[in-house]
Structures are given as C-alpha cells and as structure tokens.
Design a protein around this ligand. Structure first.
Ligand SMILES: Cc1ncc(COP(=O)(O)O)c(C=O)c1O
Length: 370
C-alpha cells in the first residue's frame, strides 16, 4: 500500500468515481434534511424502490416493509444475515474460492466455516454437490455462495441455482446468496441485463437470504449502503440486529441510493461496455502467457488465472510486486481452491491494465520467476 508507482489490480473496486447525478442527490438530500436517524430497516422510500426494482428486473413481488432491510453495505448485510442464522458451534458451507469475509464472519459468530471448492470442468467452474453433501454435519445450518463470484467471475446457471435451493430445502439449511455483482453481467441478452436472482426460484417462505450492495453497480464503495432480502421472520431479526451494530445506513446516502436505482441505467451500461472491453483485453493477453489457464468469466470484474506449477501465490504476488510494481491478489486469500491462482481486477484504466499485463507476461516468461 505504501509503495509508490504500483499498478494496482488487487483492489475490489472500479477506479471510476461515483457518478455526478448520485453525488448531486446526496447534496440535495442533505439540504432536504436527511440528516436524522432513519428506521433500523432503512428509509421506507428506499425499501419501496428496491421492491419495485425486483418487480421490474425479476418479476418478483416483495413486501417492502418486512422482506427488505437496508444495511450499511453489503458486508454488513452478510454480517447481519450470518449472525441472525448461526449459533455458536453451528457450521456453514461456503463455496470457494470466495471473497474471504463470508468465512471470517462465520468464524466471528463462533461458528465453523466449511469451505467447499468449486471445480474447473470443461473450461467452466462447477459446483461439487458430492463434496457439499460430504461436508454436511448435524450442525450445518447455512450454505453461502456468491454469484457472480468474486474472484471467479462465475455465474450460477438457473439449474445450479435450482440444485442449490433443492439441496438446502432437503437438508433444512438457510441459503445465503451474495448477489452484489448481479448488474455486472456480460452474458445476458444485452449489456445491462441483470443476472437472474435466486429469488425467482425461491418462494417467500423459503429459508433464503440475498445480500446486495450499491457499491459495485453504482461505484459507491465508500458510501456504505447495501440491503438484504429475506423471509419476513429473518427480516425482523436482521432489523433488530441492525440496531446494535450500526442502527442504519447514513440517511442522506440512502436517499442518494434511491436516485442511483431510479436513474442509473445509462451510466451502468456505459461502465459495462468499458468493463467488457477490459475483460476481453485481459483474457486475450493472459491466454498468450505461458502456463496460464483462465476461464471466460460471465460476471463481476475479476479474472482468476491459474498458473501452472504455482504453489505459493502469496510469495508469487510479493515477488511480482517487488520486481515489476504490478499488484495482484494472491489466490490463496480466497480460501480452499484458490492456491495456484492470482486475482486480477480489470476495473482499471487501459493505461494501467496494458503495462501491467506486459510486465506480468515478461515476469512469467522468465523461468527463474515461477
Ligand atoms: C462478493 C462480495 N460481497 C460483498 C462485498 C461487499 O461490498 P460492500 O461492503 O462494499 O457493499 C464485496 C466487496 O468486495 C464482495 O466482493
């Protein structure tokens, strides 16, 4: 972090600033007096806007009062969901490689994360249901998966979603779907198509929770606004927990988030165009590098290339950084199944991506650097 001149591709955010129309909405909200506490479940108007969003994009009718809870970020939505569901000593199945916070929050709840790696089959990541079954114990209460995935870029197919839901129904588990990257999707009918939510498959009585955020789709990482959708009894518990953790997301940021949902489509599509070009640029460069295998990701803004013979991705990233000033995230940080790979975030400018890829290629071509 303190080294100068680093080409930083290890971050989990775009280098694009929050669009002006959202900033203006926040300023207006401050002027309009959104400086007081809101309900613990968030502003009713934002919850209604989110309900309308699910109706519009997924054809799913939600009760804004009981099934939607605004949180101060996606990570807080994960935190509240996991804490509401797990008792100390319980266990959670987590599909990995994954953003590590899910596993860490499970541990913080004095529960046990059991990481089940996704497997690369025919150029695509798949879910190993046999391994999930084998990891079940009488204390298993929860299954967490992320689609689109950070770091894989993998997007669950409808059939995989159905199988995950069936598995959880059969074993009495909560299914927690992290859908924070659902708008960053490159394989839909057109750019701007949303990844189908698990909520389309689940009934409102299913033990299903969806975690969401304004961070990624609207370049609002620093604003800390997210939400969760859950069965109404869990929604109530999450609302109560909110009180003791942070009470609610900042009032004016919630109001600005409402504007993001209402007016964000055009900016979102232009960001997606740029991200898709970046993805393709990186994919074709990586595929020419010796010993590198990289499946084409359908969503999010990461690539997770596997490097032949790589046994210590942390050491590799450290050496790459010192030798070339290219900063990548080591695959081992993403849990079981992550070692042997590195994560590249391609939500950066061409002026950073292009030299970074050139330096990586050169580094990999030098046999002593492997
Ligand atoms: C998979 C995943 N879930 C949740 C989050 C949380 O995002 P935020 O807390 O900024 O809403 C992130 C951020 O990187 C993420 O990658």
């Amino acid at each position: 972090m303190s080294m100068e001149g680093v080409l930083r591709l290890y971050f989990g955010e775009s280098n694009m600033a929050t669009p002006d129309y959202i900033k203006r909405a926040a300023v207006q909200a401050l002027a309009d007096g959104f400086t007081f506490y809101t309900e613990n479940a968030g502003l009713p108007s934002l919850r209604r806007a989110i309900a309308a969003h699910y109706q519009r994009w997924h054809g799913v009718a939600l009760d804004a009062r009981s099934e939607i809870v605004i949180t101060a970020s996606g990570v807080q939505a994960l935190n509240v969901s996991i804490r509401a569901v797990l008792d100390p000593g319980d266990e959670a199945l987590i599909l990995t490689p994954a953003w590590p916070n899910g596993s860490s929050i499970v541990s913080m709840a004095n529960a046990l994360p059991r990481q089940v790696p996704q497997v690369l089959l025919g150029g695509r990541y798949a879910i190993d249901f046999g391994a999930l079954q084998a990891s079940l114990t009488p204390r298993t209460r929860l299954l967490l998966y992320t689609s689109p995935s950070n770091p894989l870029g993998w997007v669950a197919t409808e059939s995989e979603q159905q199988q995950l839901l069936d598995f959880c129904r059969q074993h009495g588990l909560w299914l927690l779907a992290d859908e924070v990257y659902d708008r960053l999707y490159y394989s839909g009918a057109k750019l701007g198509s949303v990844v189908p939510s698990i909520l389309r498959k689940a009934t409102r009585d299913d033990a299903v929770i969806v975690v969401q955020s304004f961070s990624k789709a609207y370049c609002m990482t620093g604003w800390r606004v997210g939400w969760l959708v859950a069965r109404s009894d869990l929604g109530l518990k999450a609302t109560q927990l909110n009180e003791f953790i942070i009470s609610h997301a900042p009032s004016f940021a919630q109001k600005a988030a409402e504007t993001a949902l209402a007016e964000g489509e055009e900016e979102l599509v232009s960001m997606l165009r740029r991200l898709k070009e970046n993805r393709d640029l990186c994919l074709s460069a990586l595929r020419q590098m010796p010993g590198v295998t990289v499946p084409e990701p359908d969503g999010a803004f990461y690539l997770f290339p596997k490097i032949d013979g790589l046994r210590d991705s942390f050491d590799f990233c450290r050496r790459l950084l010192l030798a070339t000033k290219v900063g990548l995230a080591p695959g081992v940080a993403f849990g079981v199944g992550g070692e042997g790979s590195v994560r590249i975030c391609y939500a950066a400018e061409r002026g950073i991506l292009e030299p970074a890829l050139e330096r990586l290629a050169k580094f990999l071509r030098s046999p002593s650097e492997r």
